[in-house]
Design a protein around this ligand. Structure first.
Ligand code: AMP
Ligand code: MN
Ligand code: MN
Ligand code: MN
Length: 287
């Protein structure tokens, strides 16, 4: 049996992507995606549009969000899948997580002004689709537009990250809270792109064990953030911890994202796909 083409991680204008949910659904369809989830950062405001667009395109759909969490002094992303997007505790938790973004953005702009980059707040705001969700990505696009850097990846190498101008530390949600908001709303929590975090082996072990203790069930193995070596490494990690595996491009924008929607290699056959846990939560495409 052929594995299905599932893409369970991407972003729309409702967070830091550049495409509308409907445009993403059409692009997923064109690229052969069969099961899709829109996972905007800290926000479910795009879920209804994504779900309806998926129905029109004939795609199976799972609700999604990518929650920003602070753990051991670093930011970790937890993807939630298949939850009830109207769940009051989840919606309130996401609103609280988004809460500090405006003030943080003003602080980032002040830090950038100190190195001679003026007008960054207003500049970033021009790229924002959702006023509650101003992110570093919007600043990165402004820095590219102003000619400070040639592309967004070089922005994150030289600015906006720890030790570089424009970086402002921020306290996000707690790991246990994020996992519980997702699971109590009927969904499954997944550790996003574990290869991206600069944890020591001990801290990474703590992340996985605490995540599981709180009720987390999955880990992204195939993601646009991982190298081929990391695909193998986190396949082993999934098996070691008894976690299901997920697959998602983390697509944000044409010409900006390394991996196109629906175009990652399949999950290794030895892993249990997270969507097997979520079968009852899938909105099936009309046949
Ligand atoms: P924020 O939630 O405001 O901290 O912004 C985080 C977002 O910045 C991520 O979701 C990515 O879209 C983007 N980002 C972070 N690091 C990088 C990087 N090294 N290269 C490209 N984009 C990045
Ligand atoms: Mn992003
Ligand atoms: Mn992420
Ligand atoms: Mn993402």
């Amino acid at each position: 049996m052929n594995p299905i083409n599932a893409d369970l991680h991407c972003h729309s204008v409702v967070s830091d992507g550049t495409l509308q949910p409907e445009t993403l659904a059409a692009r997923a369809k064109t690229n052969g995606v069969q099961l899709w989830a829109l996972t905007d950062h800290d926000e479910v405001a795009g879920q209804r549009r994504a779900r309806e667009a998926a129905r029109r395109e004939g795609l199976d759909y799972l609700s999604g969000a990518e929650i920003s969490v602070s753990f051991a002094g670093l930011t970790v992303h937890i993807v939630g899948l298949g939850f009830d997007a109207d769940d009051a505790t989840l919606v309130k938790g996401l609103a609280a997580t988004r809460g500090g973004r405006g003030e943080r953005a003003h602080d980032m702009a002040r830090e950038l002004a100190k190195v001679g980059i003026d007008g960054a707040y207003d500049g970033a705001l021009r790229y924002v689709g959702n006023p509650e969700l101003i992110s570093r990505t919007h600043f990165a696009r402004f820095l590219v537009e102003s000619g400070v850097c040639p592309d967004t990846h070089s922005v994150f190498r030289r600015y906006l990250t720890e030790g570089h101008p424009g970086y402002v530390p921020h306290r996000w949600a707690r790991l246990g809270d994020a996992v519980r908001w997702i699971t109590r709303a009927g969904g499954v929590a997944v550790i996003a792109h574990p290869g991206r975090y600069r944890f020591t082996p001990t801290e990474e072990y703590a992340l996985f064990t605490e995540f599981i203790a709180h009720g987390g069930r999955g880990v992204e193995v195939m993601t646009g953030s991982h190298s081929a070596a990391e695909y193998l490494r986190y396949a082993d990690t999934a098996i070691e911890f008894g976690l299901c595996a997920s697959r998602g491009s983390d697509f944000h924008a044409p010409g900006e994202s390394r991996i196109e929607l629906g175009s990652l290699p399949d999950l290794p056959g030895r892993l249990q796909p997270v969507w097997e846990l979520l079968a009852p939560r899938v909105q099936r495409a009309a046949v």
